[in-house]
Design a protein around this ligand. Structure first.
Ligand SMILES: [Ca+2]
Ligand SMILES: [Ca+2]
Length: 232
């Protein structure tokens, strides 16, 4: 092998080693920054909710119980569905989220990893920290199936509900959006309205940054109803 060749090969090896080392360390840093789900669980709080409603349409009501971050759905004492242990559900609503006349189950979920077992090819380093997601499930063939699942929300939903705020006969998703914080407390910063359009939720309106604490009160809804006259 000529001397020139050896120099070129060595240079290539140095570059490859550098890239491998960089990827290893940057990967480790991403991991170290992530808040593990078990640490999150020590701080997490969920609403205790109990709803009886026939969402499946078989004229028998199902029972929806949210307790300690898990939603369990039963009918006549038989368990139909339970949210996975790696999700923390802090609130759910039963509403016609997709404006098709059918009721669905809307969930505010905290979980690690933005995507499931398969991530899109353009995502090289997946964020493993615990983030808020918005999920919609519905009945198909008498089974609870996913209808729509967000990836990591850029702002967590501190509160959400479905209300027809613009009077068009269809419910909008009304939320108090907050910011992620290390103490896991969702501090309300924005009021926002989203509506379902064919294949997802679209933002109709967001307030200026402010302090929106507590529940989605009538006062907040009245503010939204007032501004909804000006958006089309
Ligand atoms: Ca039913
Ligand atoms: Ca509406």
């Amino acid at each position: 092998m000529s001397k020139k060749r050896i120099i070129v090969l060595s240079a290539i090896l140095v570059v490859v080693a550098g890239v491998v080392t960089y990827r290893f360390w940057s990967g480790s840093n991403v991991k170290n920054k992530a808040i593990p789900f078990d640490i999150f669980l020590e701080h997490a709080v969920s609403d205790d909710q109990y709803i009886e409603e026939d969402v499946s349409g078989d004229h028998l009501p199902e029972t929806y119980i949210l307790s300690s971050g898990r939603l369990t759905v039963t009918q006549a004492g038989e368990e139909l569905w339970q949210t996975p242990s790696e999700w923390w559900v802090d609130h759910f609503e039963i509403a016609d989220t997709t404006s098709d006349g059918q009721m669905e189950i809307a969930l505010s979920v905290w979980k690690s990893r933005s995507y499931g077992t398969s991530k899109p090819f353009w995502v090289s380093e997946e964020d493993k920290s615990v983030k808020n997601h918005f999920f919609v499930f519905g009945f198909k063939d008498q089974k609870i199936q996913p209808i729509w699942q967000s990836s990591n929300l850029s702002r967590p939903n501190c509160e959400f509900n479905f209300k027809d705020v613009n009077g068009d006969g269809m419910d909008e998703l009304v939320v108090i959006e907050g910011e992620y914080s290390s103490d896991f407390i969702c501090s309300g910063k924005y009021l926002a309205v989203w509506s379902w359009q064919e294949w997802g939720f679209y933002n109709d309106w967001r307030s200026k940054a402010g302090e929106y604490e507590g529940e989605l009160s009538q006062e907040y809804l009245d503010q939204i109803i007032e501004v909804s006259k000006f958006w089309e």
